[in-house]
Every structure is written in C-alpha cells, then in structure tokens.
Design a protein around this ligand. Structure first.
Ligand SMILES: [Zn+2]
Length: 302
C-alpha cells in the first residue's frame, strides 16, 4: 500500500501548478480506490498466487493516468462513460446519467446551424484577445485533444473579461454555417469572475499547413497521456478577422450545461490535410450533432 501512496504523491510534482489542486484531489481519490482494489486483489492473490507486483503496476498506471488529465481530474469516475456514436452516443447522453438531463430538456443546446440570412446585424462589442505566449500542457482526455495554458490569457467583450481555461478541437466542426460544416473547430473556453462560461470558436478549413498548430499536432498524445509545451501563444491560432456570431448555448459534451455565451468567429483559418489526418487518427469524429434553435436569436457583429 505504501508504494502506491508514495508514487501517487510523486506524480503530483510532475504537474504544472495550475492543475496541482485538481491533481491532488484526483490522486487522493484514485489512491483510495487503488488501495481498496489492491486490498481486494491481495486477498485474491493469496488464494490464486497471481503476482501482486504486476497488479500494483497496473493500478499505478491507472493512478498516473487519472492524475495526468486536468480536464476531468475533479471527478474522474463520478459520471457515466460517453461517446459520440453507438450505445453511449450523443442520442443517449441524457439516459446515461441523471446529471446529463439538460442534454435533452434544455432549450439552448449547442452546437447550432448559423443561418446567416436570419442572423441579426447588431452593434456587438468587439472581441479583444489578450493572449500571450506561455507554458502549457497538451493532453488527451479520451474525448478530444486539449491545451491547458498557464493563467493570464484573457478575452474582453465590452466590459466583460474572462480567463482562458483551455482550448480543444472537434472534427468535423460542430458549428454549421448555412448548413456547412468545416473540417475542424477549436473551442476556446473562458470563465469570468462570476463563473459564467464564454466560448470562442475558431473554424478550420483544409488548405495550407497551419504553423501555429504544429507544436500541438506534430505529436498528439494518446488517451490519458499529456506533454508540456515550454511556450505556446494561443493568439497565433486566431484568424485576422474579428467578425463574429453570438448566441446563447451550452457545453457540447455531457453534462451539456447551458447558460454558455458563444462567439463563433466568421473567418476560418487553414490547416493541411496531413494535420487533419493526424487529428483524425486520434479522433475520427468527435462532434455533437446540430441542436434545435428553439427560437434563439443569433446576432452578427457589424
Ligand atoms: Zn468543444
């Protein structure tokens, strides 16, 4: 038992400071689970003779795997497993777990199709990105590839300011514009001081290789794995144009929490077919289907 606890604690030192709290919680939870499992296994081994060290190694791998996943570290096993297709796919998310009820009953779910002929031209406040180069972690949480930066990246919309928590990718793009899906989308997830989420979507179309993506896409980690980038500037992924569509929506993954402010940048950026193929090797399809508008208004910046 002692070796599980000490190695579990050692794993904490490998994390970046922003994720240490979540990691500690995950490690404690995972260690408790591992300890219980190890006790059970030790009892089994006493009668079957299976090597306990091998079993502990497997358990330790599980501990490290959970600790390395900041996106879901707070409650690694609290909710039901979900996927995009099949029995645990998007059509069944609300049946998998009571906390996912909103996936079906909420009237402001994402993603949506943006009909540009119906979008209302509005004097929307400009999106002002105060992003900067800094260290961060690329991780694969089993649903997408995510980049988690150090704190200090902010988007301002009018007098609202929100901190960038992470960005991640979906293919094809979850958003449609006039019915058309793009090759990929990046969702930049922000949170303001009141705890409200604000997502900025950047669409990708196939074309030239995207140099800004390269540091992340040249070595996409496998499920549960992560790697640290010494310096990455999220601003380099943004298009030059800042025109955008605005609407109210939700998280596009369980538990589909609504009340999320969505801003979809109108101008796509490019990525190469090779880059797209590299992502699709990890995730061939990780996009939720289009959700009904239920009378929501989409605004377009002038
Ligand atoms: Zn997303």
């Amino acid at each position: 038992m002692a070796s599980v606890l000490s190695l579990g604690a050692a794993a904490v030192y490998l994390q970046n400071p922003a994720t240490i709290n979540a990691t500690i919680n995950a490690t404690i939870n995972a260690t408790i689970n591992a300890t219980i499992n190890a006790t059970i296994n030790a009892t089994i081994n006493a009668t079957t003779g299976v090597n306990l060290k091998n079993r502990l190694y497997v358990l330790l791998t599980a501990v490290l795997g959970l600790a390395s996943n900041p996106g879901s570290a707070a409650a690694p096993d609290a909710h039901a497993h979900w996927t995009y297709q099949g029995k645990a796919g998007a059509a069944h998310w609300s049946e998998l777990d009571p906390v996912n009820a909103g996936c079906t009953v909420s009237k402001e779910q994402s993603p949506i199709n943006i009909d540009t002929t119906l979008a209302k031209k509005s004097p929307l406040a400009p999106l002002e990105f105060d992003y900067r180069a800094g260290a961060g972690e690329v991780s694969n949480n089993g649903h997408t590839i995510q980049f988690t930066p150090q704190p200090g990246n902010v988007v301002k919309v009018g007098d609202e300011s929100a901190e960038l928590l992470q960005f991640h990718f979906h293919t094809p793009s979850e958003e449609r514009i006039d019915g058309k899906r793009f090759a990929m989308v990046a969702h930049f997830v922000h949170k303001n001081a009141a705890g409200e989420l604000s997502v900025v979507a950047v669409l990708f179309k196939e074309g030239k290789a995207n140099a800004a993506l390269a540091p992340i896409f040249t070595a996409l980690p496998g499920v549960g794995a992560h790697r640290t980038l010494a310096s990455f500037d999220p601003a380099e992924l943004l298009p030059a144009g800042r025109a955008y569509f605005k609407f109210r929506g939700s998280l596009t993954t369980p538990p589909c929490t609504d009340g999320v402010r969505w801003q979809v940048l109108r101008q796509p950026v490019e990525m190469s077919r090779t880059q797209l193929a590299a992502f699709r090797k990890r995730y061939p399809m990780n996009a939720r289907p289009e959700q009904p508008l239920h009378g929501r208004m989409v605004e377009a910046s002038e």
